[in-house]
Design a protein around this ligand. Structure first.
Ligand code: NAD
Length: 291
């Protein structure tokens, strides 16, 4: 029995970032991303650190606003207003999740759509659904980029996306539909999940349940993209897919870690670059080149 080829997200993201760095240099712009982190969620602290490190390598400047977990909605809205006004800030990212006393939607809707590098503002969601070029959520865009690296045509293929969050599952299902896949969206209330998944030529899981997807849920030769990030009791990081059980069935698979994660960061930097380009084109901000 064959063993699935690994889609090396780390390497693909590194190549993507190298090209992006060259593109930023060529365009003589200095994209700046403001990251708002509220509280001390350990995973969020690691994600923000990763983003800062990668951004620096690519030539995107990051300003991090690490606020107390007790911060009021009003205080954060005021910060967003200030960042919206600043012509040297091109992208604003609110690190999710935010503490329970805050409504993430209220905060997201305050970010100017042109600076919404997470693509979560209703204006950007609406533009995406209307096929108007816009800022698209980073993880779905990263998944699609990975899928497009492998020699598998998408047109007419059956895709199953497990998960329906605004951040990952829903926009990803839409992007696959745009690629002419026949898309099924599965979720926590889906009956016979394994059976639904086992029909997929392209199976993407964005759930957050370790080993949810086993051998019974995968069709022979399927492409399996695992978005899930789960920390086990022993500290190990794993995805939603039982990697060992599925690797003899799938044709291509992403590992966790080292699959979708690095691509998400790469796409965030890409969106920041696009946002900067767009704002410069609109005449909102002409930044001199910084060497
Ligand atoms: P979420 O909690 O907002 O959504 C989870 C989705 O899974 C829901 O739509 C729910 O209906 C579905 N679900 C829950 N239990 C299920 C079950 N038993 N069977 C089928 N569906 C089920 O989470 P999210 O923000 O979409 O993230 C999902 C996972 O992806 C998490 O593990 C998260 O850490 C990870 N994630 C990874 C990246 C990355 O860059 N790799 C980015 C974002 C999220």
């Amino acid at each position: 029995m064959g063993i699935a080829k690994i889609i090396d997200g780390k390497k693909i993201a590194a190549d993507f970032c190298q090209n992006l760095a060259e593109e930023i240099q060529k365009n003589h712009i200095s994209p700046k991303l403001a990251v708002i982190l509220v509280g001390d969620d350990p995973a969020s602290l690691i994600y923000v650190k990763n983003k800062q490190k990668k951004a620096q390598e690519v030539g995107v400047v990051v300003e991090t606003y690490h606020l107390s977990g007790m911060s009021s909605e009003r205080m954060i809205l005021e910060l967003i207003d200030e960042l919206n006004k600043r012509t040297d800030v091109h992208g604003i990212l609110l690190q999710l999740p935010v503490p329970i006393h805050l409504n993430p939607q209220t905060l997201i809707e305050r970010i100017h759509p042109d600076k919404d590098v997470d693509g979560l503002h209703p204006v950007n969601v609406g533009r995406m659904m209307s096929k108007i070029p816009t800022l698209i959520p980073c993880t779905p865009m990263g998944c699609l980029y990975l899928i497009k690296q492998i020699p598998v045509p998408l047109v007419g293929r059956r895709a199953v996306v497990v998960g329906r969050s605004a951040l990952v599952g829903r926009p990803l299902a839409y992007l696959l539909l745009q690629e002419d896949c026949t898309v099924t969206q599965a979720h926590s209330k889906t009956v016979h999940l394994d059976k639904v998944c086992s029909q997929a030529d392209i199976l993407v899981t964005a759930v957050g349940v370790p080993h949810l997807i086993g051998a019974n849920a995968v069709k022979k030769g399927a492409v399996v993209i695992d978005v899930g990030i789960n920390r086990l009791d022993n500290g190990e990081i794993t995805g939603d897919v039982d990697f060992k059980a599925v690797q003899n069935i799938a044709s291509y698979m992403t590992p966790v870690p080292g699959g979708v994660g690095p691509m998400t960061v790469a796409m965030l930097l890409f969106n920041t670059f696009k946002a900067a380009q767009n704002q410069i084109k609109k005449g909102l901000n002409i930044m001199p080149y910084k060497s």
